[in-house]
Design a protein around this ligand. Structure first.
Ligand code: FE
Length: 282
């Protein structure tokens, strides 16, 4: 490891309103510029204020052309979809959904014992040849996510492989590495990332020195090319999601919950929604 990845962009997450009035912190959303290819969106739901009143969620809505990975830390999300799945994603659980050509689903967050709801949703693009594939879905419970701790570094591998440990979510087209990393105070950690991969990190607790720059939370960082990053902690611990993957390098046209490659494909999607053929028979 000799080529350090420096920070190329520091993003201050912005409050966004989605679904039926849900407030969340958005680091980025789908745009034709596709700066985070193969990643399209990163949202942090954190409703920790009891004064917000009754919880509203994300009532029935469609998706096409993307994969979503929901990782809950506190509270839970009740969900059901048009391919017959229904369940509850609890603390530490992960739900992976590949919309392919079309899925309709509902996602309703619920408070945990602490009164908090805390979690992340990552959207990963689908390559053009899989945009119209069959919708698929996987739910992974907390206990099946490998966690390892060594020299003050605690890592949960949700997807991909780190230090020969492979996470349980394995069928995402972008083959991303997605892990929850926690460093105790006074740690100096370095981690290899393949040169050609996009690398972003979402710092959500504490603060740390990322490739030489002190960063507090919450922040999303994008890194320049290189073969590794370094993270150091001083007096405080830090916790972040590390997200890396190979870009598809294809043009994208996002429109709300759909991400396709051309405007014609978006028009076709809207036409199918209008004439009731969006959800295909399996
Ligand atoms: Fe959704």
């Amino acid at each position: 490891m000799k080529n350090l990845r420096t920070i190329s962009q520091t993003i201050e997450p912005q409050t966004a309103i989605e679904g039926a009035g849900v407030r969340l912190l958005r680091s980025f959303g789908p745009k034709t510029s596709n700066l985070y290819d193969p990643f399209l969106l990163f949202d942090h739901f954190a409703f920790n204020d009891p004064l917000e009143g009754p919880l509203r969620g994300f009532p029935y809505h469609p998706h096409r052309g993307i994969e979503t990975v929901t990782y809950m830390l506190e509270g839970s999300t009740a969900h059901r979809d048009s391919i017959g799945n229904e369940g509850l994603i609890g603390p530490g659980d992960v739900q992976w959904m590949s919309s392919g050509r079309g899925i309709m689903h509902e996602e309703m967050p619920r408070r945990g014992e602490s009164g908090n709801i805390y979690g992340f949703q990552l959207w990963v693009n689908l390559p053009s040849h899989l945009k119209m594939s069959e919708p698929r879905y996987q739910e992974v419970t907390s206990s099946t996510i490998p966690t390892y701790e060594k020299d003050g570094v605690k890592i949960r591998v949700v997807a991909g492989t780190a230090d020969n440990i492979t996470g349980p979510v394995t069928d995402i087209s972008g083959s991303p590495l997605y892990m929850d990393v926690e460093l105790a105070p006074g740690i100096d950690w370095q981690f290899p990332i393949p040169e050609e991969h996009t690398l972003i990190t979402y710092i959500f607790q504490g603060e740390g020195v990322f490739s030489g720059q002190t960063i507090d939370s919450p922040k999303m960082l994008k890194f320049a090319d290189g073969d590794h990053i370094t993270v150091k902690t001083e007096n405080n611990p830090v916790r972040f999601m590390l997200i890396a993957g190979a870009p598809f390098r294809e043009p994208i046209v996002p429109y709300g919950p759909f991400v396709m490659n051309t405007i014609e494909e978006i028009q076709q999607t809207l036409k199918e929604l209008r004439n009731g053929t969006f959800i295909k028979e399996i």
